[in-house]
Write a protein of this length. Structure first.
Length: 222
């Protein structure tokens, strides 16, 4: 990895399995289940739609970038010019993965988003249970509970994906710092044009991540 501080969590395989299944044991899926934290443990999933398949492929692209980070670290020490080009290439690949994930409905959710959807799920379940105890028909409430559970499942998957994206971005930034340091004494330092191109690719990646945060709100009303 780029440094001892940059150590990504163990990645699930197949893609997103850490975040989907059993509605992440959410309050909306069981009266006794405890909601799991994102990435708490791997879950196996099967892509059942085109969007899920697209997100699965985006996650695999993420995995390929992670697998090349050690090579980037080593290259920075022996050939800063080539290392900078590799960092730019990885930034472009990351941009593509993020864009594909967002176009498939993924969203860069915050911890606040996640807390909100979980509270909505818990509130809906509590209201359903109270109505049942009062002898009120809860049939109409089940649809809301199901929808909230599905939305929480998506939110956890999205959160896990983008947390790893952000850690890789941090690793790329650290690599660029290392390259600058090594370039001072290198016989093959990056040129000014190399840096301009790499800066552009890094900036475009970060803009793509920012755009992914502008997806639909987590609130669901049935």
């Amino acid at each position: 990895m780029i440094s001892t501080a940059f150590r990504l969590p163990e990645a699930p395989s197949p893609a997103l399995r850490f975040a989907r299944a059993e509605a992440v044991q959410s309050p909306a899926s069981s009266t006794s289940a405890k909601a799991a934290e994102p990435g708490e443990k791997p879950f196996e999933i099967k892509a059942s739609s085109g969007k899920e398949q697209a997100r699965d492929l985006a996650y695999k692209r993420l995995e390929r970038v992670k697998a090349r980070m050690d090579a980037l670290k080593l290259m920075a020490k022996i050939d800063p010019k080539t290392a900078l080009k590799l960092a730019a290439e990885l930034a472009r690949e990351m941009k593509g993965a993020v864009k594909a994930y967002a176009e498939a409905g993924g969203r860069n959710v915050s911890t606040g988003d996640l807390a909100l959807i979980r509270k909505q799920a818990a509130d809906a379940l509590e209201a359903r249970d109270a109505a049942a105890e009062a002898g009120i028909d809860t049939t109409s409430m089940e649809a809301q509970i199901k929808a909230l559970g599905a939305r929480e499942e998506d939110a956890v998957a999205d959160y896990g994906f983008f947390e790893q994206v952000k850690q890789i971005v941090a690793g790329l930034k650290k690599a660029r710092q290392d390259i600058k340091g090594e370039a001072i004494t290198s016989l093959n330092p990056p040129s000014e044009e190399d840096w301009k191109a790499a800066d552009r690719d890094q900036a475009e990646l970060e803009r793509e991540i920012d755009r992914a945060a502008s997806g639909p709100a987590v609130s669901i009303r049935i």
